[in-house]
Ligand binder design. Structure first.
Ligand code: NAD
Ligand code: MN
Length: 493
């Protein structure tokens, strides 16, 4: 098909067939307070410092609410509450009863799913279709799954008597705010630990809404404590001597700082860090499905996904056809209002993140890479980035080696499976990867040679609470999800 034919077909699709009327979800459905306090010992408490920071809606730059900034004294208070709850109540309670509380949290989340989806999209910028269909259902699934484990830990680890570690300190990022909270809180509670958790400073709202729900669930005070703030607050948690385990998800840079702080102590830690996943498309792959998988793998959630398929590796013979089809599909992606149900790509989470992405792209221009961006309209206010394909790159370019964390896909071609594997493994990361081929044996051979924690075959970005998730190399240490995700919260000797 010639370029010209493609263009004609595209404009036909857009102008006559593919225009949608706005279908926004109503923000009036949710109640957002002007100011949120720290959730410590089952109560909302003002910060000792009296300081507050704001979180904006990145799609219109409006302030959503103010959040308390927790300092050392507040973190001390939260850890003391968690310790008391652990020793006095949570570790003594029959496991079956603990499970009932976790089931109750899951059921209440189910009842309020719509409310949580809306506030998640308002605070983070992600499209409502994603928060409604992926984030919140996965959050609920995580609580249900782990509730089931609470009284069955002896079966998960036969021959040992699993015991909780005590107090877990947990620090999470802004890309899946409530889902990351669920990945952290659910296994900790199921294994009998209590929690001090800090959401990211640009997306604290859903965690504070979860605090309200936890109150409604009558969870004993101090079992879950939620403190807000930025890196300094996170560091107070990391340094706290009475925390038994740190669970962190975020950048490799901060992961390294945490690892240094933990060195020489007997405290446990798990780190879920960045990624630079390759999506490998062999010439016998179903091309149309692969295009959908590629789009889902990198443009989904504005590329704010640690396991995003940010590097496309295509076997030479199908490269031209695939790139043409991919560009055509990219042109149909709708960028805009996160609350509109038609939106495919929402707002970039913050100005800082947008500048980081644009920094990578201007470096690409300087290095003679070719940038293809779609032609869609963008809203005037807010932080936006069109879906972007970067061609003419080589393995040593920064955009191929480092995490962009935006809707930016690089493309490289390869000839043999061995070359594909070598390109795939040639970054400091190893979180995930994708293989597309019609041949089962190739999936196993190539899949086994990729040094990454998760490999998808003929699909991408699929999650399930029963499946362990985590990285090789600079992508992290430890696993979350499944039985593997329970053990880092347990004493197993
Ligand atoms: P970050 O690592 O700075 O922040 C993640 C969390 O750690 C936040 O809650 C933050 O407040 C906290 N934090 C920051 N500094 C800390 C410190 N010194 N001690 C303890 N806690 C600290 O990530 P970011 O600035 O939000 O994003 C930077 C880059 O991280 C992104 O461009 C992306 O590459 C990567 N990232 C990865 C993930 C992931 O899921 N793996 C998620 C978000 C961001
Ligand atoms: Mn925000």
């Amino acid at each position: 098909m010639s370029e010209k034919e493609l263009t004609t077909r595209q404009s036909l699709r857009f102008d006559e067939l593919w225009s949608y009327d706005p279908a926004p979800e109503s923000p009036d459905y949710v109640k957002i307070k002007e100011q949120y306090q720290l959730f410590i010992d089952g109560k909302f408490q003002e910060p000792e410092s009296g300081n507050y920071f704001d979180s904006v809606n990145p799609s219109n730059e409006e302030v959503l609410a103010l959040f308390a900034e927790a300092g050392k004294k507040d973190v001390d208070k939260a850890v003391a509450a968690a310790r008391k709850a652990h020793n006095g109540v949570w570790s003594k309670m029959p496991a079956k009863e603990r499970g009932k509380y976790i089931y109750r949290i899951a059921r209440l989340l189910q009842e309020r799913a719509r409310e949580f989806a809306i506030i998640e999209s308002m605070d983070s910028g992600k499209p409502i279709r994603e928060s409604r269909d992926i984030d919140i259902p996965q959050v609920i699934a995580h609580f249900f799954y782990h509730a089931g484990w609470a009284d069955k830990l002896k079966y998960a680890f036969p021959g040992v008597d699993p015991k909780p570690l005590g107090v877990a300190g947990q620090i999470i990022p802004w890309n899946f705010p409530l889902l990351m909270a669920a990945w952290k809180i659910a296994p900790a509670l199921a294994t009998g630990n209590t929690v001090v958790i800090k959401p990211a400073e640009t997306t604290p709202l859903s965690a504070l809404k979860l605090a309200e729900l936890i109150q409604d669930a009558d969870l004993p005070p101090g079992v879950v404590n939620i403190v807000t703030g930025a890196g300094e607050t996170g560091m107070e948690i990391v340094r706290h001597p009475d925390i038994d385990k740190i669970a962190f998800t975020g950048s490799t840079e901060v992961g390294k700082i945490i690892q240094k702080a933990m060195a020489g102590t007997d405290r446990k830690y798990t780190l879920e860090l960045g990624g630079k996943a390759a999506n490998i498309i062999f010439d016998d792959a179903p091309v149309n499905q692969a295009v959908e998988g590629i789009v889902n793998g990198i443009f989904f959630n504005q590329g704010h996904v640690c396991c995003a398929g940010s590097r496309l590796l295509v076997q030479e013979g199908i490269a031209d056809e695939l790139v043409q089809k991919l560009k055509m599909r990219m042109e149909t992606l709708i960028v805009g209002d996160p609350l509109d149900k038609n939106t495919d790509i929402g707002a970039i989470n913050s100005k800082v993140q947008l500048d980081r992405i644009l920094g990578f792209l201007s470096e690409s221009v300087e290095s003679d890479q070719r940038i293809y961006q779609t032609k869609c309209d963008l809203p005037e206010k807010g932080y936006w980035c069109r879906p972007t394909l970067v061609e003419n790159v080589s393995q040593s370019h920064r955009i191929v080696q480092e995490e962009v964390f935006g809707p930016v896909l690089t493309i490289q071609t390869f000839r043999t499976p061995a070359e594909a594997v070598s390109l795939t493994n040639n970054t400091p990361y190893g979180l995930s990867g994708g293989v597309w081929t019609d041949k089962g044996s190739k999936i196993f051979k190539v899949g086994k040679s990729i040094r990454a924690g998760v490999i998808w075959a003929n699909t991408f970005n699929k999650f399930d609470p029963t499946s362990p998730f985590g990285g090789y190399k600079e992508s992290g240490i430890g696993r979350e999800g499944g039985i593997h995700g329970l053990s880092p919260y347990l004493e197993l000797s």
